[in-house]
Design a protein around this ligand. Structure first.
Ligand code: ADP
Ligand code: MG
Length: 620
């Protein structure tokens, strides 16, 4: 009896891609299937130690590869956890993880790049259809009596029936396409396994038949012998000592571990012995994982205890701002039956986590010694690193040192250390401005005041900046201050404006206040602007607003003080204008322009256009 099922729509899309577009690097299908087999062995290993029902189950975890040149088949078999009928349907018929939809949307059309993504998106199994036009999966779940076969040609449907299978585990048979029959050969398989799966921590056996000829002429006789040969070293690389390993070993391990065809940017391998005993091996990829900014991102770190895989689903193994790091933590001290739920309160793990974060940050410091390399790193991971300022107080100074900013002196990437070293003697604080984008920030009238004094201002336009920067406080004993706040502006030590100048502006100030009413907090005079007016806020308010927004509260935009530039010809001329309409229009136009420079947009565009038209008409 067999039952027909249809694939979920997304799977069909995916299969279509596998079959028709992603064929530039076909051989990775074997890496994907071996990686699934290895996961299945990991799972059973863990359960045979922790699960009541499976405790004491004796099994020799291994992966067997078989092929048949004439039938053009390739079989991958493991004696791992196996799948029940329901699991076959759920795992090989639907997309469990929401990641796949974003996988489909992030495809670039560049076949090489796209096929590199397959594994990362947790869609590894379907890569079998890159080389096979029929796939049969026979599986028996550990601890259960029945076995099931899943069968499909990858064209919209699959079939499930019962089958016979002696031991637990999964056997996948690929019926290779004519053009891919080369994968049913001893040399090809050995090469691919060496390339991608050398450090899978379980033995991979290649089964083949060896023909021998004996005798001469008419007496010549062929004898066949079945062979089973281990083709990988099957060592947990993170447990090996560094001098046993070459760069190549790390790179190849990374590629298979992270399903990434690109080499890692860096790696850190640590073995700790003493009160705590553990090994860690971390990799920094060259390119940010696609799901780094998704809420449901996949953790890149696997936890092992004494080489037994425990979980790859714990996002707390490293601080979240290091979620781009891939790798392994293997502890000798945790109990093997540690429940995944209590991991988070575990002191040993907290200890490893904190030491690991420090290690990784030091490696990033190493990258930072080479400007070109660091630019590449920073482009990928700079933003996410900033998040650490918010949660990792222990490493705040280290993280601050690793940040790079654009500055008003047209520097593309300034560190706080460099900024500090360049500060003029009379400068009191480190100044920053946060805004929509760099162009807007560079056009800010307030920036002019700092430039005039010879002070550099850090310009920040990443979304995360407004959350993390205001709470930084200080760097190396120097305060970080919002350059647009009135308190900070006081540090620029503006000269007092003479009484008679103030008097001469009284009329303008009064009619501007009447015109703008509630839209502004106040109007003051300034002698250090280049633009006619500027809008100035209050640090206290900005901080509060930020805090509220972080807690998910809507905040009305804060009212600002408008500064008038006493030296500007527009204001000079306005002194002699008596026409109330002109004064009102001008007040609104100047206010709108200042808003435009501050945020790139104005709220009441129609009103703005009307006033501008009026004003133009009068000048013509
Ligand atoms: P991923 O490995 O990222 O989860 P795959 O498409 O490679 O995605 O596999 C889908 C799922 O199918 C796996 O998560 C696993 O539950 C199941 N699976 C695949 N191969 C095996 C196997 N050999 N043994 C047990 N389960 C398997
Ligand atoms: Mg997989």
């Amino acid at each position: 009896m067999s039952k027909k099922h249809t694939f979920q729509t997304e799977i069909n899309q995916l299969l279509d891609l596998m079959i028709h577009s992603l064929y530039s690097n076909k051989e990775i299908f074997l890496r994907e299937l071996i990686s699934n087999a290895s996961d299945a062995l990991d799972k059973l290993n863990y359960l045979s130690l922790s699960d009541e029902k499976l405790k004491g189950l004796k099994f020799d975890p291994c992966i067997d590869l078989k092929f048949d040149e004439t039938k053009k088949t390739l079989t991958i078999e493991d004696n791992g956890i196996g799948m029940s009928e329901e699991e076959l349907i759920a795992n090989l018929g639907t997309i469990a993880k929401s990641g796949t939809k974003s996988f489909l949307s992030s495809l670039s059309g560049d076949k090489k790049k796209d096929s590199a993504l397959i594994g990362q998106f947790g869609v590894g199994f379907y890569s079998a259809f890159m080389v096979a036009d029929k796939v049969i999966v026979q599986s028996k779940k550990a601890g259960e009596a029945k076995a099931f076969a899943w069968m499909s040609d990858g064209k919209g449907e699959y079939e499930i029936s019962t089958c016979t299978k002696d031991s637990q585990g999964t056997q996948i048979t690929l019926y290779l396409k004519d053009e891919d029959k080369n994968f049913a050969s001893r040399w090809e398989i050995e090469n691919i396994v060496k390339k991608y799966s050398e450090h899978i921590p379980f033995p991979i056996y290649l089964n083949y038949t060896e023909s021998k000829f004996e005798g001469e002429g008419e007496n010549k006789k062929e004898t066949k012998e079945d062979k089973r040969e281990q083709i990988n070293t099957a060592k947990a690389i993170w447990k090996m000592s560094k001098n046993e390993l070459k760069d190549e070993d790390y790179k190849e391990f990374y590629k298979s571990f992270a399903h990434d065809n690109t080499e890692p940017m860096r790696w850190v391998h640590t073995k700790v012995e003493g009160t705590l005993e553990y090994s860690t091996l971390f990799f920094i990829p060259q390119v940010a994982p696609f799901d780094m900014y998704r809420v449901d991102y996949k953790s890149g770190v696997k936890l092992y205890v004494k080489r037994v895989f425990i979980t790859d689903d714990d996002k707390e193994l490293l601080p979240q701002y290091l979620r781009f790091v891939k790798g392994v933590i293997d502890s000798e001290d945790l109990p093997l039956n540690v429940s995944r739920e209590i991991l988070q309160q575990n002191k040993i793990l907290a200890n490893i986590k904190s030491a690991s974060a420090k290690k990784i940050l030091s490696e990033i410091e190493n990258i930072a010694k080479d400007k070109e390399a660091y630019d590449k790193f920073y482009k990928q991971f700079g933003k996410v690193l900033k998040e650490g300022l918010y949660g990792d107080f222990e490493n705040k100074d280290k993280i601050l040192d690793l940040l790079r900013f654009t500055s008003s002196k047209n520097e593309e990437s300034v560190s706080l250390k460099e900024y500090k070293a360049k500060m003029p003697k009379d400068q009191k604080s480190i100044y920053y401005m946060i805004g929509e984008n760099l162009d807007i920030l560079k056009a800010s009238p307030i920036l002019e005041k700092y430039i005039q004094k010879g002070y550099e201002v850090l310009l920040m336009a990443d979304e995360v900046d407004s959350f993390v920067i205001p709470s930084v406080g200080e760097y190396d004993k120097i305060a970080l201050k919002d350059a647009t706040s009135s308190e900070t502006l006081k540090e620029l030590g503006e000269e007092e404006i003479a009484e008679e100048v103030k008097k001469s502006f009284e009329g303008i100030v009064k009619s501007f206040k009447e015109a703008l009413g509630d839209e502004i907090k106040d109007i003051t005079l300034s002698s250090s602007l280049a633009s006619p007016v500027a809008l100035v806020g209050e640090e206290q308010n900005a901080m509060m607003a930020n805090l509220m927004r972080q807690m998910g509260q809507e905040m009305p935009p804060q009212k600002k003080t408008m500064e008038l530039n006493i030296h500007h010809p527009i204001l000079e001329k306005l002194k002699n204008i008596k026409d109330k309409d002109v004064l009102t229009d001008t007040a609104h136009l100047l206010f709108s322009c200042a808003k435009l420079l501050e945020s790139g947009s104005i709220e009441n565009a129609k009103d703005f256009a009307n006033r501008l038209n009026n004003t133009i008409l009068k000048t013509l």
